[in-house]
Design a protein around this ligand. Sequence first.
Ligand SMILES: O=C(O)c1ccccc1NCC(=O)[C@H](O)[C@H](O)COP(=O)(O)O
Length: 262
Amino acid sequence: MTILNQILDHKKTELEKLKGQTPLFNLDKKKRPSLYDTLIHADHLQVIAEMKRASPSKGDIAAYVNPVEQASHYESAGAACISVLTETKYFKGSYEDLNAVAKAVVIPVLCKDFIIDEVQIDYAKAAGASVILLIVAALSDEELARLHTYATNHDLEVLVEVHDTEELERALAINARIIGVNNRNLKTFEVDLKQTKTVARAFNRPDVAFISESGIWNEADAALVASYGAKGILVGESLMRSNNIIAALQALQVELKAGEVR
Ligand SMILES: O=C(O)c1ccccc1NCC(=O)[C@H](O)[C@H](O)COP(=O)(O)O
């Protein structure tokens, strides 16, 4: 059984609990900038900086980091968005982390989870997210379209994650505006930044904000995926492990040159 299937099986068991409760979070509603607009108008690579305590591939990364401090460093270093992992069992995240970060920053906040049901979107919104993630590999076409519509009807932006060109076609079929290619193979955990190139070359849609996710460690990695056409990157582990978060994040914000090779 793949790790994705294990995570999704566990999610199904959690859904009943979520459905039996009402999400109660302390939040003053903020109007955050649009992640899509930021990406589309970018003149330098935009960083979605992730609050990631642990992962299935690496185990503990930074289990006891204070999410508010981490997010505040990200925001002051110029991050375009903060991604907060809310999955509990494998990533040690929570909706409480998301809510704490949402209260502390004014930039867009992404709820990074394995969403398979509307109730999770309700929790993400209630906790303060302005963006949610939908993973094409985790959903049927009908589920993907339904959850995408549900989120956008609730004033949320959606990052639609793909791993290959087949999944890209499925994302384009629901008119996804923000598409991210995950460079991590969820079966082997291998990371290959060339996945970004393969997917970028398969479409030419300047109206779609295209980002590259996972395995970005330094300026050279950032410049490489920018040269493939990425307007943004989603970065977790390298920033979580950095002892100079601000410098590390600023180095990733490389200039976007017009007419990058795709
Ligand atoms: O990170 C994992 O091990 C992982 C395993 C299975 C499913 C998802 C996983 N990660 C989620 C992510 O998409 C990453 O946290 C995100 O792209 C940042 O990646 P990185 O910069 O490599 O930490």
